[in-house]
Design a protein around this ligand. Structure first.
Ligand code: COA
Length: 260
């Protein structure tokens, strides 16, 4: 499939999805969101792809937010639809994606950009990255999951402050807050993200997708995460990966999972 606003590259089981509107600091307009949605459909069905890195093109921004020019004249219903559709088709889909998704934050991650990074399973940032949810400075609130995912990641008080002040934090503070897992230089960002993805890909992808589901169950209303863990733990015993993983350990050799 061909895309206009994103780049999708695949190599050795790893896909890199780059938001590619550098002149607009990779702001998420409708077309870009639709392309991200399609790309994830493609990545889901592509059995060669085991893990995904999301990043932004250019040296300045990961994603500087939703495209403000597109929603400036929206009414209440249009605003609600924008958030609901975006959450369902893109942000929740990424958060619940069965394959690992890493955000490599290479500059500004603001508003919808930080929400995109927070929808990923974890984040690595370059030392020039700046993160924030500036929506209240525009008279709106975060609409792509930011009011829920930011407190989950950094704690309620810090999220309250970030959203109320509409300010930005730098990579060092994001690391201290636990919003990102690692900070590195801009030059080494993709190398670290790629290395981390390949480390993940050495493990059982079946087990990883069940772990993602169990970890995410913690955030779901009406779902008991401990029960999901018990269920998914039990399911593991019926997989080839489990047989291979345990017998490799007992044979004192490295496991050779079929996902490689
Ligand atoms: N939506 C639409 N366009 C955006 C955008 C967004 N969220 N963020 C940046 N752009 C556009 C700018 O309008 C500008 O376009 P132009 O060259 O056609 O005028 C271009 O991207 C470059 O941005 P600019 O503001 O000139 O860069 P800067 O280095 O001076 O400032 C930012 C960088 C990130 C501080 C600034 O662009 C900004 O505040 N962006 C909006 C962030 C935001 O509020 N996001 C949340 C949206 S809900």
């Amino acid at each position: 499939m061909s895309y206009h606003n994103i780049l999708l590259e695949k190599e050795n089981g790893l896909a890199q999805l780059t938001i590619n509107r550098p002149k607009k600091l990779n702001a998420l307009n409708r077309e870009t969101l639709a392309e991200i949605h399609s790309a994830f459909a493609e990545l889901e069905s592509d059995e060669e792809v085991k893990a995904i890195i999301i990043t932004g093109s250019g040296e300045k921004a990961f994603v500087a937010g939703a495209d403000i020019s597109e929603f400036a004249d929206y009414n209440v219903e249009e605003g609600k639809d924008l958030a609901a559709k975006g959450q369902k088709e893109v942000f929740d889909r990424i958060a619940n994606f069965k394959k690992p998704v890493i955000a490599a934050i290479n500059g500004f991650a603001l508003g919808g950009g930080l929400e995109l990074a927070m929808a990923a399973h974890f984040r690595i940032a370059s030392d020039n990255a700046k993160m924030g949810l500036p929506e209240t400075s525009l008279g709106v609130i975060p609409g792509y999951g930011g009011t829920q995912r930011l407190p989950q990641l950094v704690g309620k008080g810090r999220a309250m402050e970030m959203i109320m002040t509409a300010g930005m934090i730098d990579a060092k503070q994001a690391l201290q807050y636990g919003l990102v897992n690692h900070v590195t230089t801009a030059d080494e960002l993709m190398e670290l993200a790629t290395k981390t993805a390949h480390k993940i890909m050495r493990n059982s992808m079946v087990a990883i997708s069940r772990a993602i589901e169990a970890i995410n169950a913690n955030d779901e209303d009406g779902v008991n995460g401990f029960e999901k863990e018990v269920e998914n733990f039990g399911k593991s015993f019926d997989t080839e990966d489990f047989k291979e993983g345990t017998s490799a350990f007992l044979d004192k050799r490295k496991a050779d999972f079929p996902n490689k």
